[in-house]
Every structure is written in C-alpha cells, then in structure tokens.
Design a protein around this ligand. Sequence first.
Ligand code: GLN
Length: 281
Amino acid sequence: MSPLTRARALQELRQTFARAGFETAALDARLLLLSVLCIPATALVTDPDVPLTAGEAERLAAATRRRLAHEPVARIVGEREFWGLPFALSPETLVPRPDTETVVETALDLLPDRQAPLLIADFGTGSGCLLVSLLHELPRATGLGVDLSLGALRTARRNAEANGVGKRSLFALSHWADAIAGGFDLIVSNPPYIASSVIPTLDREVREHDPLLALDGGPDGLEPYRTLLGEAKRLLVPGGLLAVEIGYDQAEHLRSLADAYGLEILRVAHDLSDNPRCVAL
Ligand code: GLN
C-alpha cells in the first residue's frame, strides 16, 4: 500500500468530515492535521508528499474519532484563534467565538485615546480572550481578568503571557465584582446569557463541551446583566465605558435595564450575521 502522505491524509479527512455532514469539513480537516503533525499551514503546500509516521497516523485517527463524536475542533487541538491571536483552552473556558470580536471592536472604537494608561476589567474572563486582545491593542493599558473558575484564571494567565501582555495583566477569583474595588476606565464582559431552560436545546457541540458556568444566565438569561449594570457606577471612573456581549434577542432587555440603572446606551453593535451582539454603555 502506498504511504499516507500529508496531501492524501488531508483529502481523506475532508471527505470523512463532509460525509459526516460537518459544514466546516475542509477547515476542520486542515486544523486537525496541522495540529497532529505540529507543522505550519505552509508545510502542506511546500511539502505535501511527506508520509505520516505510524505514530502520526495513529494520533490523527484518534483525533478523527473525537471529531466524529461531535467534539469541537478547538477542544481537540486545545487552541482557538481570536482577534488574530492564539488562545489555549481548558475545560473551564468557553471556546472564543468570532462574534465576540464585536466587543473588542466596539470598545476600541469608543475609547477616546488608545495611548492612555487605561485600567481595564474583564468580568468572566474565561480564556482571557477579551482582555488579552484589548491589552494587545492598547500598549499602555493594564487589565484585571476576573472569573469564578480557578481553572479559567490559570488558562487566562497563560494566554496573557503567551501573547506578550502578561506583565500588564492581573487575575482575580471573584463572583462578579464582589471582591473588586472600582476605578476602571473600561469594563468588558461576555457573561453567561442563555436562559437556564434553553440550555438543553443548545447545539450538541456547545451543550456537551462548553462549561455550563459560562453559558447559564439564570431563569431569564439576564441575571449577569443586572449584576454588571447595577455595579457599573461603583466600578467605573466618571465617563468610563462598559461593553458587554449580548444574545441576539436581548438588545431591548438591555435598554430596559440601562434605564432602570440610570446608564446611557452609547451603541448597539452588530456581529457578522447582523445580529445585535454588543451593547456599550
Ligand atoms: N454565544 C454563546 C453560544 O453560542 C453563548 C455565550 C454566552 O453565554 N456568553 O452559545
């Protein structure tokens, strides 16, 4: 039998995933193969005919079985790109979603001075993707990542260091801002915002692999917003900015909450699918 080359492994994997009905079959195949072989994407173009070793073929088969059992590719390879930066994942962190980049974009757009020595807080930091991306763009800013999960904080710290902002990052274990004093110029959060009763209906890849703590927003999915908006005035400096991710159908609820807590909505920003995805106050 002819040896299994990189090119043939990629082609076979793509077909396997397409037959299994995965919409992102080609991308899934590429990411899994690159991760198992520990090679950069360019190596598939420059050296497609290198044969896989027996060990590599075995690891690829194991990764393929996990994917066919509907484990997300990001979980299998243990990493996901966000804002052009690599983020390590752990079972305690949500897989960063492209839609969440709307929060980074909105915050950067509304900040009056990107060179200022800003103090940023990220509540429910998870992998740290919001905080680390912002610190990457704001060279003089310092940030605090807060989470209720110690495992998430460990992963976030690792991501801050790997992406060169470790010296400007602090991490703290706290239930929202219970253990946190004020003084922030910018607060960001992608809180859990799915109503508890909706969780069982979520896509299998989310329901079985993302941590419940990062998804469940209480009976109506709005509990974390009551906490964050209720605490905003205590935590922000005068004129400070709060930017939160929201569910596609929550913009009107956020308007009511902003009214109730005396906060001004500065912008409702939309994601790539044109759903309202970020509210800035
Ligand atoms: N957007 C996530 C999803 O697709 C939910 C994330 C959250 O609750 N913050 O399920």
